[in-house]
Design a protein around this ligand. Structure first.
Ligand code: BGC
Length: 709
């Protein structure tokens, strides 16, 4: 078995933002960026809170970062030693993602000798309000040492500041800072309690934005001086209470519980791959991230597109959740999938409001959904690199496919769990309203026998305001069919009239057929656009941060697309098409796809699995699984920072592994496994939930066994 350890053994200042993402720890309630203890907002430090939003002035609404209770640094003979300012002699940063433990060890050369700082910390998986840290100092000479440790209320914000008021204090045993948000008066409190294993003079310093303990002691050479901190984060919006008193819980106890909880999670979610350690490592690293952000114990919460790695994309929920992430939860801890769907059911009102705003009917879900379904997406979502002006984009008003993604996610959940109860808990209404929304988009030209949908942005965002996007039209049909199916299963007088209309919509919506060469045109007129390579389009950029789409983007008048669009549709509706058509479209669209979104590769990989095109399937799977392991992902859309973790790519990697390579499908409640492993894989082992039953899947070469546990 390989070690689930990620480490970096040199200090590189340029890696601070990236390390913040890849060394992330989290427990669903918050995510703690993989920054170092002495870091401040300058180094993008964040304890990012799930589902807590605020607006500062006219800026974009976004999630809130809590006061940081990990803030700690050392002084030796009166001089501060901290990264990135003081170049170290050696430095190691490690994430043990089997156990959810972050650690670092840094050695500095001082005038009198070497000093070493070690720190281990975790976001408690067993008591989700808690964070624990053990910080150890040692030197190879006698010195006057001081550990300064406290809570930093001067948090990193992209569109802040969100705390209009900070209340801080100390009763010595516990220090605290409470931040109060400006828009809704939400309180976010960090408290900390510290235990020492040595004698020291301790004092507390309550500053304007920080509360710090100063632990002063004479350090003898080669002796380790450790402090153990237990911190607690709470908010006025919490769904569940903290467990235990932070002054009483010990680090060891909490660590043991935390590791046991991770072991429970891994027991069901680990995937073993025989013959390819690199793939096994990357896939399980992706699964680690999905587990760090799962809203366990929470009610009606979903997952942001950048997980809990910060405020990028406003901490908002996109179609990413239902299209790319939910499958993993459905098949490992279905109650998490239900929580994600409950969020959509409970935000139906927000979707109704948005539909009305555009003169449409039913439920038009937010492209960037925040609490209550509030639309976080602005009409000007990208800043032009040249003029520095906000650019008019159409993600908010034209990306109609989002509502269909939610219905698609719901049906994946129902089909795999058999939980029809969710329909009576608001889901049927949600589906009906989504179908009404798509009906209100249908238009009919006098000389055409079918319905069309005009003026849309499909998954490929580089081409805005197109007509009859193949993906969007097919998804709309899926919603009509689903609504019909549910009405037939659960008849109710109120839906009688709707039935005929839905039937008509489903039968008459324009679904584009493959042309003579077998290719499905992405939207009306796509084939007439300039047919150039992705590299050629890239070479036309004047600035590397330039946005490729929008009215004047380099890709807009070409056939180069941002991400899987027709390919996504084919992989989702594979039973509607022959293998030959799927293969031809894959071959056509792949060279024209920039894969500018981390959501793209997994869709290409999945379709390649379905068409037995191993050449693309494996590299595209690895691209998806390694989205957070490889440096150089897209960090800018125009002048807007978009870096962070990529949970949709992580979820996509899981989908490919389970449904593509392992070939898991379900027939009438029966789990079927028809493997199609990459060449170097000798086998796979994993567990999977289906219809409330847990199965062990074992694949050896081309043979598979599925055993109910
Ligand atoms: C993609 C969207 C995606 C969003 C959040 C964008 O770059 O084009 O499809 O939903 O990122 O991940």
């Amino acid at each position: 078995m390989i070690d689930f350890i990620l480490s970096e053994n040199v200090f590189n200042k340029d890696n601070i933002p990236w390390n913040g993402n890849r060394f992330l720890i989290g427990n669903g309630y918050f995510g703690i960026r993989g920054t170092l203890e002495e870091y401040t907002k300058e180094n993008m430090c964040a304890v990012n809170m799930a589902g807590i939003y605020d607006r500062a002035g006219d800026a974009w609404r976004e999630t809130v970062n809590a006061p940081n209770p990990l803030y700690t640094y050392v002084k030796v003979n009166g001089k501060k030693y901290a990264l990135p300012e003081n170049e170290p002699v050696s430095h190691e940063q490690t994430l043990d993602f089997e156990n959810g433990l972050h650690s670092r060890k840094t050695v500095w050369q001082t005038e009198n000798g070497k000093i070493t700082v070690k720190c281990e910390r975790f976001a408690s998986m067993s008591r989700r309000h808690l964070i624990a840290m053990r910080y150890t100092f040692s030197s190879d000479f006698e010195c006057d040492a001081e550990i300064i440790t406290g809570i930093d209320g001067d948090v990193w914000d992209i569109n802040g500041p969100h705390f209009v008021k900070l209340n801080s204090g100390s009763d010595y045993a516990v220090n605290y800072i409470t931040g109060i948000t400006g828009e809704k008066n939400i309180s976010v409190t960090a408290r900390d309690s510290v235990k020492l294993n040595f004698d020291a003079e301790c004092s507390v310093d309550i500053g304007e934005k920080t509360v710090c303990r100063h632990i002063v002691f004479k350090a003898e050479p080669q002796k380790e001086y450790s402090i153990e901190k237990i911190a607690e984060i709470t908010t006025s919006e919490d769904d569940f209470e903290p467990k235990g008193d932070i002054t009483e819980i010990t680090y060891q106890e909490l660590k043991a519980e935390h590791i046991a909880e991770w072991a429970r999670i891994w027991d069901i979610s680990k995937i073993t791959i025989d013959g390819d350690d690199e793939a096994m490592y990357a896939l399980n690293y992706s699964i680690y991230h999905l587990n760090c952000i799962a809203p366990r114990e929470m009610k009606s919460k979903s997952i942001a597109a950048r997980g809990l790695s910060g405020q990028v994309y406003k901490g908002a929920v996109f179609w990413d959740t239902e299209m790319f992430m939910i499958d993993y939860y459905i098949h490992t801890e279905p109650e998490i999938a239900k929580t994600l769907l409950q969020y959509r059911i409970d935000t139906l009102n927000g979707a109704r409001k948005k539909a009305k705003e555009y003169g449409l009917k039913g439920a038009y879900y937010a492209w960037e959904s925040q609490e209550g379904g509030y639309e976080g997406c602005s009409d000007y979502n990208v800043t032009d690199v040249f003029t520095k002006r906000p650019m008019r984009t159409h993600f908010r008003d034209k990306q109609y496919h989002v509502s269909a993604a939610i219905v698609y996610g719901l049906m994946k959940y129902i089909n795999a769990t058999g939980d029809y109860d969710i329909l009576n808990e608001g889901a049927i209404e949600m589906v009906i309203e989504c179908s009404e929304f798509y009906r209100s988009l249908l238009i009919k030209k006098a000389d055409k026998p079918y319905y069309e949908i005009h003026d849309v942005v499909g998954p490929d965002e580089y081409h805005e305001r197109v007509n009859n996007n193949a993906y969007t039209n097919r998804m709309a049909k899926f919603v009509f069919d689903t609504a019909l199916e549910l009405i037939e299963k659960y008849p109710s007088d109120q839906y009688d009239g709707l039935k005929t209309m839905l039937k008509d919509s489903s039968e008459n919506i324009f679904i584009r057929k493959p042309n003579d060469s077998g290719i499905i045109e992405q939207f009306d007129g796509y084939f007439k656009l300039e047919d150039v390579s992705v590299d050629e389009v890239r070479s036309r950029l004047i600035d590397p941060k330039e946005y490729w789409g929008g009215a004047y983007g380099v890709a807009a008048d070409t056939q180069v697309i941002k991400q899987a669009d027709v390919v996504a549709m084919l992989s989702m509706f594979k039973d509607d098409y022959t293998s030959e058509i799927m293969a031809k479209n894959l071959e056509y669209y792949e060279p024209r796809t920039e894969h500018g979104s981390s959501l793209s590769a997994c869709m290409y990989s999945l379709l390649s699995c379905y068409t037995k095109n191993t050449e693309i399937a494996y590299p595209m799977f690895m691209k998806s699984a390694k989205a957070d392991l490889v440096k150089g992902g897209k960090e800018w859309a125009g002048l807007v920072y978009i870096g962070g973790t990529h949970p949709a790519a992580a979820g996509g990697a899981w989908i490919v592994a389970a449904k593509g390579f392992a070939g898991i499908t379900e027939d009438d409640g029966k789990l079927i496994c028809k493997p199609n492993l990459p060449e170097k894989w000798n086998g796979m082992n994993f567990k999977i939930m289906c219809q409330n039953k847990l199965y062990a899947v074992q694949i050896i070469g081309g043979n598979a066994s599925v055993t109910e546990l």
